[in-house]
Structure formats: C-alpha cells, structure tokens
Ligand binder design. Structure first.
Ligand SMILES: Cc1cc2nc3c(=O)[nH]c(=O)nc-3n(C[C@H](O)[C@H](O)[C@H](O)COP(=O)(O)O)c2cc1C
Length: 188
C-alpha cells in the first residue's frame, strides 16, 4: 500500500486549504492509500539559520519538530501540499518547514547515491485575489520544495483564486469534488 504524506500549510484550522486537503485525502483513501497528515502549525519548527551545519553532513543541526518529520520527507512516494497564498508565497510556519529542507538538498549534494528517483507531488492552492499571477510564487516555492525532498518538480495541481472567507471553498460548485477525485487518481 502506498503512503500519502499530506501537508496542510495553512495556519487557519479548517480553512479553505484544509477542506480541500481533507477532500483530497478522502479520495486517496478510497484508492487504498495510507495517509500521514502533517500540519506545520502544530509543530515547533525553528527557522533555518543558514549556519552551514548541514553542508558538512547533510543533517540539520537544529533539534525540534523537524527531526521526526525528515524520515517521512525522505521516504514518501506521494506528497500533497495544500497551501493558501500569503504574499505570493506560503505561510511563515510552512516556509520554515520548506527552508529546513535545505538539509535534504545538502544531503543529496554530498551523497548523490542517496538520490533515488521516486514518486510525485501534488499542489493544492487557494488565494483571495483574482490576478493572473496569484499562484506563481507559491507554485515555484512548492516545486522547489518537492525538488529538495527528491520528488520531480513537475507536479499535478488544483488552484482556486477569489476564495478568502474561512470555509468559503464549500460554496465553490466543483472544488471539493475535484480535490477528492484528484486524490483518488493521484494514488493510482
Ligand atoms: C497574511 C496573508 C497574506 C495573504 N496574501 C495573499 C496574496 O498574496 N494573494 C492572494 O490571492 N491571497 C492572499 N491572502 C488570502 C488567502 O490566500 C485566502 O484567504 C485563502 O483562502 C486562505 O486559505 P486558508 O483558509 O486555507 O488559510 C492572504 C491572506 C493572509 C492572511
């Protein structure tokens, strides 16, 4: 059975990206997936200090909630990120998680033999505005996060703009059904 690592990047519990992530997970479970769900908002994650510690051994020298998460990030063959757009990026708690994956980037630079081609990623995005570049920054951040943890940069995605009030994604005519179907297909 393939495990899905589901990452909910919003600081807002039960907000729009959480609801989309839950629908995606429901679909993945329908396809037989086991799911590990991680919300950076619930974990103590210190910001990357760019101290250079991971340049030496490919391991982060900071000791916090990331220690328990690194093995899943290295092993997961299916990873979904659900994130709101915050100033064209990802929320700061989630950005700390992403930045701390510099250690994994260093690891495969130091030990290329550890880089095994595996799996794929999926990005679910929500933003409040309607501009055409709403998702550009967040999309790039998530792509390079996938790259750092050893997944291909090319990723499936579902994005919804003009969604702002908490839970208002429920009023979208198709979003939750699309997320559920995407989750089901992602595990095949
Ligand atoms: C600090 C902050 C920054 C935001 N920046 C953007 C932005 O740059 N572009 C945008 O379209 N929406 C922006 N939004 C709106 C959120 O992306 C939107 O409300 C989204 O639906 C929140 O999803 P959530 O309920 O999963 O947290 C911002 C919201 C906050 C609180």
């Amino acid at each position: 059975m393939t495990t899905l690592l589901a990452l909910g990047f919003s600081p807002r519990k039960n907000g729009n990206s959480d609801l989309l992530l839950k629908a995606f997970i429901d679909g993945a479970k329908e396809a037989g997936a086991e799911v590990e769900t991680v919300y950076p908002r619930r974990i103590k994650i210190h910001a990357c200090l760019e101290c250079g510690g991971c340049d030496e051994a490919g391991v982060c020298v900071l000791q916090d909630g990331m220690e328990a998460l690194y093995p899943s990030l290295i092993e997961a063959e299916r990873v979904v990120v659900a994130s709101p757009v915050f100033f064209f990026g990802v929320p700061s708690q989630a950005k700390a998680l992403v930045d701390r994956c510099q250690a994994l980037w260093s690891r495969t630079r130091l030990f290329p033999e550890l880089k095994k081609p595996r799996g794929r990623g999926f990005f679910i995005g929500v933003g409040g505005s309607k501009g055409k570049n709403v998702f550009t920054g967040t999309d790039l951040c998530v792509q390079y996060f996938f790259d750092a943890i050893g997944l291909p940069k090319g990723m499936g995605q579902l994005v919804y703009s003009r969604v702002e009030a908490k839970g208002s994604i429920r009023e979208h005519p198709t979003a939750l059904a699309e997320a559920r179907e995407a989750g089901r297909l992602f595990m095949n």
